[in-house]
Design a protein around this ligand. Structure first.
Ligand SMILES: [Fe+2]
Ligand SMILES: [Fe+2]
Length: 256
């Protein structure tokens, strides 16, 4: 009887995928970090010695993953937009609304970058992740606004016509209540000097889910140039406090 006739356990399935993946990579072994497995419901990580023993002729991948779009030697923010952000439409629509609304370049940039945490990295606490990624390169108004939209989007502000999003009722249920740390963040933010920048992210956010909207990253290249301090060495190679986050995006399957 074919051994595959019986259903595979999770870890057998993971082994099969692992094998398939290694096959694609030729002489290198790409490893999945614990987080990638946790997201599939498995608290486990590949066993290095066992993987190596099963593939004695291969080395672990310690750089670029050939399955992903190639990054230049000195990547810019725009390169990450094109090669690592899974979806640009929502970000571009938000920024386009802000631009048409006549808002400052800082507000436009904050809208353009507000969900890069989601687009490139992780949904959970994406405002915090996104803010940390950009903090060394933008004005503090921009990173503060990106961090704080994590909380503000759950709370209405009638002064700018922002209601609790209908979408969240559909997504999370009518009785969903934000966690206490989100409530505390909102309360701290209310009287902050950059409150309105973050609030404007929320205002432009809710109108930015039209799959047919015509948007173009080229509309924002100059604003990025004036407001995002692109490191000469390349984003990820500049030794800033968040350079490792960009490198991880560049090389997500590097062994160490
Ligand atoms: Fe967001
Ligand atoms: Fe958003």
């Amino acid at each position: 009887m074919n051994e595959h006739a019986k259903p595979l356990t999770l870890s057998e399935r993971a082994d099969e995928l692992e094998e398939h993946m290694m096959h694609e990579l030729g002489e290198r072994i790409a490893t999945k970090s614990t987080l990638f497995n946790i997201a599939d419901g498995n608290v486990e990580m590949p066993n290095g010695p066992a993987l190596k023993a099963a593939n004695p002729d291969k080395y672990f991948l310690m750089g670029a993953d050939p399955r992903l779009p190639k990054m230049p030697a000195k990547p810019t923010l725009i390169d990450y937009f094109h090669n690592r952000f899974a979806s640009l439409n929502h970000l571009l629509q938000s920024a386009t609304h802000a631009l048409k609304g006549g808002h400052s370049e800082k507000v436009v940039l904050a809208c353009l970058l507000h969900d890069i945490g989601v687009a490139s990295f992780i949904r959970c606490d994406h405002g915090y992740w996104g803010a940390q990624m950009i903090e060394p390169y933008v004005d503090e108004e921009v990173s503060w606004a990106v961090r704080t939209h994590q909380a503000l989007r759950f709370f209405p502000d009638p002064s700018v016509g922002y209601e609790y999003p209908e979408m969240y009722i559909k997504y999370f249920g009518a009785d969903y209540k934000p966690e206490p740390y989100i409530v505390r963040e909102y309360e701290r933010a209310r009287n902050h000097k950059y409150y309105m920048t973050s609030r404007l992210i929320c205002v432009n956010d809710i109108y930015s889910f039209d799959p047919n909207a015509k948007v173009d990253l080229n509309d924002f290249v100059d604003i990025i140039g004036r407001n995002f301090r692109q490191p000469e060495e390349g984003l990820g190679f500049d030794d800033s406090p968040s350079a490792h986050m960009w490198r991880t995006l560049m090389w997500p399957t590097r062994f160490l």
